[in-house]
Design a protein around this ligand. Structure first.
Ligand SMILES: NC(=O)c1ccc[n+]([C@@H]2O[C@H](COP(=O)([O-])OP(=O)(O)OC[C@H]3O[C@@H](n4cnc5c(N)ncnc54)[C@H](O)[C@@H]3O)[C@@H](O)[C@H]2O)c1
Length: 357
């Protein structure tokens, strides 16, 4: 299996590392608009070919698949080019920057018959897979209440580098550079993290905020106008209510995902800072004393492994582009809800009717 990487930035290093570790997979080429960056990346990861012209790289018939690790606003054009060249595609999240584009990408992949997946990488945490099983088995009873949060602090901590100097952070702060703010960047992860076990989101109320952070909110070519905190109230199709939040201002947290799900017969908690493979549960008779115990989840194959397995078997695993597009519809509804200051139903885009209890 020969694979190429599009984009030679910071996340691409993870893709190169994971794919190169898989038996039978060769990373044979990398492409970045910045030729020097492509060459340095190829050298660092022992990749034979570096390109700055995507068309030339995609013309290689012996490359079956690409991993698209470009900035969000570039996913659509580069993915459509890869699909048109007959490549299977693992695309970074969010799939696109709006639902219409994401749906175009999903339709193109479906029509071309290529394997397509979105790198919602926290699906690789064994805990979320076990959480989904526990809910599906009815162990929690009827799910009533959900609480999900994604907390980052790169606007206050320099642990991941300087946000005010490095392009990999600056484009994330700027709508003109294709960013949909924290909502598009990691809000998409936490919306997936909550709805993967609990089910589809039917309605949202969202509040977004972009805080002042530089003179005139501008640094060089970057206008700093993308949201950095997002608060969502959601109603799931199954009737449960939930709060979902994402922020870059969570001082004291580098990259924390947490989820609680409460049903009428039990509850579970996942805290990836504590452990990626543990689920805290309060079930059965333990509900009365509110006693929690811990379950260990079995290992989960990585999305990189499952993408390659899908190409070999011809069976598209999840999360696919259709899932990416469904999440993008939630993101679009969040932006509309914030702009209109009201709750919106996902199916109609109209003000949400309250579901009966
Ligand atoms: N799944 C995850 O957990 C996770 C984590 C981090 C980043 N990401 C996603 O990965 C993507 C890349 O993020 P990053 O932090 O690596 O960004 P980055 O800015 O470090 O790297 C992006 C690279 O793409 C290159 N590029 C831009 N346009 C291009 C084009 N048309 N063709 C080829 N190369 C092009 C840029 O020159 C840059 O080198 C984003 O979509 C981001 O949301 C996902």
């Amino acid at each position: 299996m020969r694979l190429a990487i599009i984009g030679a930035g910071s996340m691409a290093g993870e893709h190169a590392k994971h794919f190169r570790a898989l038996d039978g997979v060769e990373v044979v080429a990398v492409c970045d608009l910045d030729d020097a960056k492509a060459r340095a990346f190829a050298e660092a990861h022992d990749i034979p070919e570096a390109h700055s012209d995507l068309t030339a790289m995609l013309a290689r018939d012996d490359i079956q698949a690409v991993s698209n690790v470009t900035p969000d606003g570039v996913h659509k054009a580069t993915t459509l080019a890869a699909i048109a060249a007959g490549k299977h595609v693992l695309c970074e999240k969010p799939l696109a920057t709006n639902a219409a584009d994401a749906e175009t990408m999903a339709a193109a992949a479906r029509e071309a018959g290529v394997i397509n997946m979105v790198n919602l990488s926290y699906r690789d945490a064994p805990a979320i897979q076990l959480a989904r099983e526990l809910v599906a088995e009815g162990r929690l009873g009827r799910v009533m209440h959900v609480d999900a949060s994604y907390r980052q602090s790169w606007l206050v901590s320099d642990a991941w580098g300087r946000w005010d100097r490095d392009s990999q952070w600056l484009w994330r702060l700027s709508e003109a550079h294709g960013s949909k703010g924290v909502l598009g960047d990691v809000g998409v992860h936490i919306l997936d993290f909550a709805s993967f076990p609990v089910g589809d989101i039917a309605a949202v109320t969202c509040r977004l905020k972009c805080f002042d952070k530089a003179p005139d909110n501008r640094i060089g070519e970057y206008r700093l106008d993308a949201n950095d905190s997002a608060l969502m109230q959601v109603e799931f199709a199954g009737g449960a209510l939930g709060t979902v939040q994402a922020t870059r201002w969570a001082t004291g947290h580098h990259n924390s995902l947490a989820l609680s799900i409460h049903g009428d017969r039990g509850a579970l908690r996942v805290d990836l800072d504590a452990a990626r493979d543990r689920v805290q549960v309060c079930l059965g008779e333990d509900v009365h004393p509110a006693r929690w115990t811990e379950l260990t989840a079995p290992p989960t194959p990585s999305i990189y492994r499952r993408f390659i397995d899908g190409i070999e078997s011809g069976v598209n695993d999840q999360p696919d582009f259709a899932r990416g597009a469904a999440l993008q519809r939630v993101l679009d509804a969040c932006f509309d809800s914030d702009a209109q200051g009201r709750s919106l139903a996902l199916t109609t885009g109209e003000p949400a009717e309250r579901q009966p209890a």
